[in-house]
Design a protein around this ligand. Structure first.
Ligand code: SF4
Ligand code: SF4
Length: 93
């Protein structure tokens, strides 16, 4: 059933965007961050190797990142970190 009603308020939108940095040469490819990310942002890139011939983590869906920083906290080699990017004022409205 379709409705002609329209929302009074604009739908809420995120006020932050996130950037994920991976220190590729430091990453052991242990997959802990992949397993613990609640929104399946991360994956292990099986086609790429660092200088230690280990696969490393890569980002598959940055838009799904909530900035919870679970990946940062869980990483045993401190190879991944999250950067918060403030959106410009006109985007927040
Ligand atoms: S900050 Fe949270 S949602 Fe974003 S990649 Fe890390 S664990 Fe996943
Ligand atoms: S970033 Fe850290 S937790 Fe994720 S695969 Fe690499 S070493 Fe493991």
């Amino acid at each position: 059933m379709t409705s002609s009603r329209t929302p009074i308020l604009k739908p809420p939108r995120a006020s932050k965007e996130y950037e994920i940095k991976v220190l590729v040469e430091q990453c052991d490819g242990c997959e802990l961050c992949v397993e613990f990310c609640p929104t399946e942002v991360l994956t292990i890139d099986l086609e790429s190797f660092n200088h230690r011939m280990l696969n490393y983590v890569s980002v598959k869906d940055i838009d799904a990142c909530t900035g919870c920083k679970m990946c940062e906290r869980i990483c045993p080699s401190v190879s991944i970190y999250i950067i918060e990017k403030d959106l410009p004022e006109e985007v927040k409205e």
